[in-house]
Design a protein. Structure first.
Length: 95
C-alpha cells in the first residue's frame, strides 16, 4: 500500500528531483506508519503504537506543511490521501 501512496503523491508533486522524492518518501512513510503495522519488523505492539502516534502528530501538524511544500504538494491533499488510505485499509480488513 505504501508504494501506491508514494506513486499518487509523486504524480501530484511539482517535480521529480531527488529532493522531491525524499520529501514524498518521508510523507509516504508517515502515512504508512499511521495505518499499517509491519508484523515482520520485530517491533512490539507498544513500540508500534508510539510510531503510529508520532506519525499522526506529523500528519496533523506543521511539519507536514513543511515537507509538503518541499515536494510542491498541497498539505490538504496529502491529508486527504492519508484519510483515503486509512479507509481503504479498513475496508480490506473487512473483506
Amino acid at each position: 500500500m505504501a508504494d501506491i501512496v508514494r506513486r499518487v503523491l509523486m504524480r501530484h508533486a511539482s517535480s521529480n528531483t531527488p529532493e522531491t522524492r525524499l520529501a514524498v518518501a518521508v510523507i509516504g512513510q508517515a502515512i504508512n506508519d499511521t495505518h499499517h503495522h509491519d508484523v515482520e519488523s520485530h517491533v512490539t505492539a507498544r513500540e508500534w503504537e508510539d510510531v503510529r502516534a508520532d506519525a499522526q502528530t506529523f500528519l496533523a501538524g506543521s511539519d507536514l506543511d513543511t515537507w509538503a511544500e518541499l515536494a510542491g504538494l498541497d498539505p490538504g491533499f496529502v491529508r486527504e490521501v492519508s484519510q483515503r488510505d486509512r479507509i481503504n485499509n479498513l475496508l480490506q480488513w473487512r473483506t
